[in-house]
Design a binder for this molecule. Structure first.
Ligand SMILES: [Zn+2]
Length: 280
């Protein structure tokens, strides 16, 4: 089956500020219909949203049925105040506030919880993240609380420092996952965590002139090496384009080709999709 396990209905791949404005009052049905039509035409039957606080993901889920698409969304991603993610998510400062937001997610009808626990890659500098990971003990609590409330957890996480504690706490999927050491990969494998590396967000930057191409190429190669390692270990990897991110339009199908290049067989990719379907 064709699945994209990480997209953002709220974003358009071109201009995130303009995209968010589009849905600021109420979600823009015209945009969402067009997006769903694009996925339908390409044979997608499952989409998993990375979240937004304007309800675009929820609206897409309502409309997706008519397109024969199963659509899952966390509602708003949950991010710690002062850290990456506040442009698209809802912030909390204390564990108690986080717990309240998890409970609210249930009332709102979220399918799962999305947590933001690290920064982004700096695409001009290989090996550099825009900020340090949240504290490891804190990360473990975030995962445990969401699990206790009966939710699966999708984690935006780059770097071993974010991914290791998340995997040790049994996080259900890791998104992006740049710069992982072997230790983090084994912890993910042990926890049966599905890795959604969203390498299109890196691969599609090549030759665009926005970032240093040498750095972009290095970041991509290191990601593909780790993907290769994880699939060799028997770890689950699922295709997720992060469509809506810059230079990744909806319906962009570069992800599978990149994962294939890293040595993920079509059968392994299907196993990864099955892992996502089971948990989400
Ligand atoms: Zn995303």
């Amino acid at each position: 089956m064709k699945a994209d396990c990480h997209i953002h209905a709220v974003l358009d791949g071109i201009d995130w500020k303009a995209a968010l404005m589009r849905h600021a009052q109420i979600p823009d049905d015209g945009f969402i219909h067009k997006m769903l039509k694009t996925y339908q035409a390409q044979g997608y039957t499952y989409l998993r949203d990375g979240g937004d606080r304007w309800g675009a993901g929820f609206r897409a889920r309502e409309l997706a049925e008519d397109y024969g698409i199963t659509y899952k969304t966390p509602g708003a991603p949950l991010c710690k105040a002062g850290h990456y993610g506040s442009f698209i998510g809802v912030c909390y400062s204390t564990i108690n506030e986080y717990t309240q937001l998890v409970k609210k997610a249930r009332t709102d009808g979220a399918d799962f919880i999305k947590i933001m626990i690290s920064g982004l890659m700096d695409f001009n500098w290989f090996g550099v993240l825009t900020e340090p990971a949240l504290d490891g003990q804190w990360i473990r609590q975030l995962v445990h609380i969401a699990h206790e409330e009966g939710f699966s957890v999708m984690a935006h996480a780059n770097g071993t420092e974010a991914v290791l504690p998340a995997a040790e706490a049994g996080v259900d999927s890791v998104e992006h996952g740049a710069y992982l050491h072997e230790e983090a990969l084994w912890a993910m494998k042990e926890a049966k965590t599905v890795w959604v590396p969203t390498v299109s967000t890196v691969g599609n930057l090549r030759g665009k002139g926005r970032f240093d191409d040498r750095a972009v190429e290095q970041i991509l190669e290191s990601a593909l090496e780790n993907i290769h390692r994880y699939t060799q270990m028997g770890g689950l990897i699922a295709p997720g384009s992060d469509a809506g991110a810059w230079s990744v339009p909806h319906g962009c199908d570069t992800e599978e080709a990149l994962l294939n290049r890293a040595g993920v067989s079509p059968e392994a990719l299907q196993a990864g999709i099955n892992g996502i379907l089971q948990k989400f």
